[in-house]
Write a protein that binds this ligand. Structure first.
Ligand SMILES: [Zn+2]
Length: 252
């Protein structure tokens, strides 16, 4: 079978993965989900994403030196997100384009993402967002949509650099202060308000008013993306202020 031409002019080659299906309920994607590969080498990750036995794939694959490969046509549903939720949508593979970024991840010591790789991710996201009219706040981390299972692309991923290049939604994190946090097990209107803001932004969290383990996990995911200097699951004043500023800045 001859591979199709890449959908993105930035992709150097189309290396087909057999792991995809029909998009269900989405004529076109409305979001981009960013991942790290989390394996020792890029070659091993690429082989896995093209192995029929893995049942895993992504639309794009970005190497450490910034080469972009396409594995699945954008019109098809790639298998990268798994179980998750964002803005009440659960079939995130049907709703999104998946981008795997070569990096060994937390288990490999979370090394920094090379500059050339980040520049390629920026260019690719801009291209995808323009062609599909994807909103800035729909450029997401895998950990945003699957916070209980996933940590990628991780707190070393430079979302601030992407934002300065016009990719993704970002506000500078509010300063971290030594203010008292309301931690796990606490309950009340402050916690209900925090959960409501998280849910409004898109996270899958129950607005219960109780700071339970599930809420702590979502707050950790929020920090990993938006307040990466301190990822501890504590809803401190900086976390809440940063979230509030993001919600206020949502496109209407
Ligand atoms: Zn992932």
């Amino acid at each position: 079978m001859i591979a199709p031409d890449p959908d993105s002019p930035l992709a150097e080659a189309f290396l087909s993965s057999p792991n995809h299906g029909e998009r269900r309920g989405f004529a076109r994607p409305d979001s981009v989900i960013l991942h790290y590969t989390g394996m020792a080498t890029g070659d091993a990750a690429l082989a896995r994403l093209r192995d029929p036995g893995s049942e895993l794939s992504s639309h794009y694959f970005v190497t450490e030196d910034g080469a972009i490969l396409q594995l699945v046509p954008e019109s098809r549903r790639a298998w990268h997100a798994g179980a998750g939720i964002w803005k009440r949508e659960r079939d995130l593979n049907s709703a999104s384009i998946g981008v795997e970024i070569v990096n060994p991840g937390h288990d490999g010591g979370l090394p920094p993402f090379p500059r050339a790789q980040i520049e390629a991710v920026i260019a690719l996201c801009r291209d995808i967002a323009r062609r599909h009219a994807i909103r800035a706040e729909r450029i997401l981390a895998h950990s945003d949509v699957a916070p209980a299972r996933k940590r990628d692309p991780g707190e070393r991923f430079p979302w601030d650099v992407l934002a300065r290049a016009g990719v993704g939604h970002w506000v500078d994190p509010a300063p971290i202060e030594a203010a008292a946090a309301f931690g796990r097990g606490r309950e009340g209107p402050q916690i209900r308000s925090l959960q409501a803001l998280l849910a409004l932004y898109g996270y899958g969290v129950e607005v219960s008013g109780v700071y339970d383990r599930a809420t702590e996990i979502v707050v950790t995911a929020f920090q990993r993306h938006f307040r990466p200097a301190k990822v501890d699951g504590e809803p401190d004043s900086s976390t809440v202020a940063t979230l509030r500023a993001l919600v206020e800045g949502l496109q209407r």
